[in-house]
Ligand binder design. Structure first.
Ligand SMILES: CC(C)(COP(=O)(O)OP(=O)(O)OC[C@H]1O[C@@H](n2cnc3c(N)ncnc32)[C@H](O)[C@@H]1OP(=O)(O)O)[C@@H](O)C(=O)NCCC(=O)NCCS
Length: 214
């Protein structure tokens, strides 16, 4: 019997070299390597349980992370994507993460997005591309209407991602989330499906913006 309650999941999405897919058990070593190399890059922006970074991000820890992600996805609460770059020869390199999480349906049909990318490939538009793919999928086969992102005011690169994609700044949340040792303020950004419907979707908008900037 099929217990899947998430419309549009599982799925593989791709635009150029950027590929989004569900995690696999075999991602453990690559996930651990990228997380460990990027400790100082990621830690200021993530909520994480107490413990040593290398232990929380070990290949063994990935088994628990993966199991949790799969359980949530099966319940229809999230769409957790491994963000990969397709390199020469077709090899997929795991370089980041994007999750459509806290999915609430019925009259809300909303999700929150969280993401990170390997600092070694930052600044190449990987996450805006991943975001555009995921948002279009969410608004289409995923059956969502609203997608939110909450970002610390100090996180300039992340604010650039949502601002250049055209998310609306809607709220200021004082002491919103416990991150890097303290309760941190966040700015709330959001987008609804109407915001991009007339433009052929967020990926089409992102392509137009990139072309105009080049
Ligand atoms: C936020 C983040 C996901 C952006 O991903 P990305 O794929 O690099 O996104 P972009 O390529 O659009 O770059 C976004 C901005 O980062 C800055 N940037 C560019 N190159 C950079 C580099 N090598 N290193 C750091 N920042 C860089 C630029 O301001 C860029 O904006 P621009 O369009 O004006 O150039 C990434 O910086 C990251 O993972 N940061 C750490 C974790 C994090 O903050 N997660 C989000 C929490 S809300």
């Amino acid at each position: 019997m099929n217990f899947t309650v998430t419309p549009g999941w599982p799925v593989v999405l791709r635009d150029g070299p950027v590929l989004l897919r569900p995690y696999r058990r075999s991602d453990a070593a690559a996930w651990s390597e990228v997380r460990c190399v990027n400790q100082s890059w990621l830690a200021p922006w993530e909520s994480s349980p107490p413990g040593r970074w290398d232990e929380l991000n070990s290949p063994a820890a990935f088994r628990f992370v993966h199991r949790d992600q799969r359980r949530q996805a099966r319940r229809g609460e999230s769409m957790p994507f491994a963000v990969c770059l397709v390199e020469a020869g077709g090899r997929e390199r795991l370089v980041g993460h994007l999750n459509l999480g806290n999915i609430v349906r019925r009259a809300f049909c909303s999700a929150y997005v969280g993401y990170w990318v390997d600092g070694r490939v930052a600044g190449r538009g990987v996450i805006p591309t991943a975001m555009a793919l995921a948002v279009d999928h969410g608004f289409g086969p995923g059956g969502l209407h609203r997608i939110e992102v909450n970002i610390r005011p100090e996180n300039g690169p992340s604010r650039r991602v949502v601002e250049k994609l055209g998310f609306r700044e809607e709220a200021y949340h004082p002491r919103y989330m416990h991150i890097d040792g303290a309760w941190r303020d966040h700015i709330g950004y959001a987008m609804t499906s109407e915001d991009v419907a007339g433009e052929g979707g967020l990926l089409a908008r992102w392509h137009r913006l990139r072309t105009a900037a080049s």
